[in-house]
Design a protein around this ligand. Structure first.
Ligand code: COA
Length: 325
């Protein structure tokens, strides 16, 4: 919990603006109220002000300091639709389709971030991961030098509160070596920015330093090599088994001389099967707290939520994003 308190504290006073497109969702309205009350950021809700405020009143939620925008009445609506058309016309999107898409609250909210009206966007309480990610990919796009959008889940251990970054657990089903290298670089940066610790990156596998030979292992070795070439400043090693990556004694035995083995805090899984299953084991059996996924690799911060998210989850993700903006 300490980490999350620190993240909320850090976001305060930065004056960032968040856009929340899902104004029909009670949890989002409650989160908007808390974000403002705690001074974490300013809030824009996408929706019809009168309708949303009426509902908020019935629910006892105070939205007085929230700004509202309704796509079709927004003075820059035509400009937004034109920008979307320009970005997607090569993919066969017509002018009319662009206007229709800009009426979708999540796509419209992504455009508010792209145009600098808001600093960050959080959606997904009631919108699928695919739709949120598509809005981000189509409108905001990837950061300079990054080809791959991926995600980082913070795993906080129950007793000592140690924080690990697990990636990718939510976006890219079957990354190749190049994409895996991108995931490692983005996650190292997210870990530094959000957790505040220097990243020590382990590229995970079922093999440690040649203990097994397989094409699945070769991919991890190749990705490690790419990161070392692209970013010699990142402390990384692979391929390592999970225990060799985080348990000092095992690391020393299985990968003697490695600066990473036994002390990794950033754990890169070889694909989405292992990443998603791995973080859920840590959460459900290991009783760790899982925070995120934090979407990384975008030019500007936009994040997905789990549809089962709580009000607190929304506030935490919003605070994390404000720190990343
Ligand atoms: C991210 C996702 C929506 C992309 O799907 P897609 O079918 O490639 O979507 P689109 O075709 O609309 O892709 C948009 C563009 O982004 C690109 N793209 C897709 N995934 C990308 C990624 N991870 N990083 C960078 N670019 C990506 C596509 O190549 C495409 O480029 P183009 O417009 O130049 O052709 C899809 O991989 C997905 O749904 N992932 C989530 C998996 C999931 O369900 N996770 C939940 C578990 S918690």
């Amino acid at each position: 919990m300490k980490l999350l308190d620190g993240i909320r504290e850090n976001a305060r006073g930065k004056g960032k603006i968040i856009v929340l497109p899902e104004s029909h969702d009670e949890r989002v309205l409650k989160a908007a109220e808390i974000l403002i009350k705690e001074g974490i950021c300013q809030v824009i809700l996408v929706g019809e002000e009168d309708t949303v405020k009426k509902r908020a009143n019935e629910l006892g939620i105070d939205l007085n300091k929230v700004n509202f925008v309704f796509p079709e009445n927004y003075e820059r609506f035509e400009e937004f639709a034109e920008t979307y058309y320009e970005k997607r016309k090569e993919k066969g999107v017509t002018n009319n389709e662009a206007k229709k898409i800009m009426k979708n609250y999540t796509f419209f909210a992504a455009m508010l971030v792209e145009k600098g009206v808001a600093d960050v966007c959080v959606s997904g309480a009631d919108t699928t991961t695919g739709e949120v990610l598509r809005a981000a990919l189509h409108i905001i796009g990837t950061a300079e030098g990054v080809k791959t959008v991926s995600s980082d889940i913070l795993i906080i251990t129950p007793n000592e509160g140690k924080v690990y970054s697990f990636a990718d657990c939510a976006v890219l089903p079957d990354p190749d070596a190049e994409q895996l290298a991108d995931i490692a670089i983005s996650t190292a940066e997210t870990h530094k920015r959000v957790v505040g610790e220097d990243p020590i990156v382990a590229m995970l596998s079922f093999s440690t330093k040649g203990s097994a030979k397989h094409k699945l292992v070769d991919k991890v070795i190749e990705a490690t090599k790419i990161v070392k070439e692209k970013r010699p400043d990142i402390l990384i090693d692979g391929e390592l088994q999970f225990d060799a990556a985080i348990v000092e004694k095992v690391g020393r035995k299985k990968a003697p001389g490695s600066e990473v083995a036994g002390r990794a805090n950033v754990l890169i899984f070889p694909d989405l099967n292992s990443g998603n299953i791995g973080y859920k084991i840590a959460q459900r059996i290991g009783k760790c707290e899982a925070v995120g996924p934090i979407i990384q690799g975008l030019a500007k911060p936009m994040n997905d939520l789990s549809r089962g998210c709580s009000v607190d989850d929304i506030v935490n993700v919003a605070a994390i994003l404000c720190n990343m903006a």
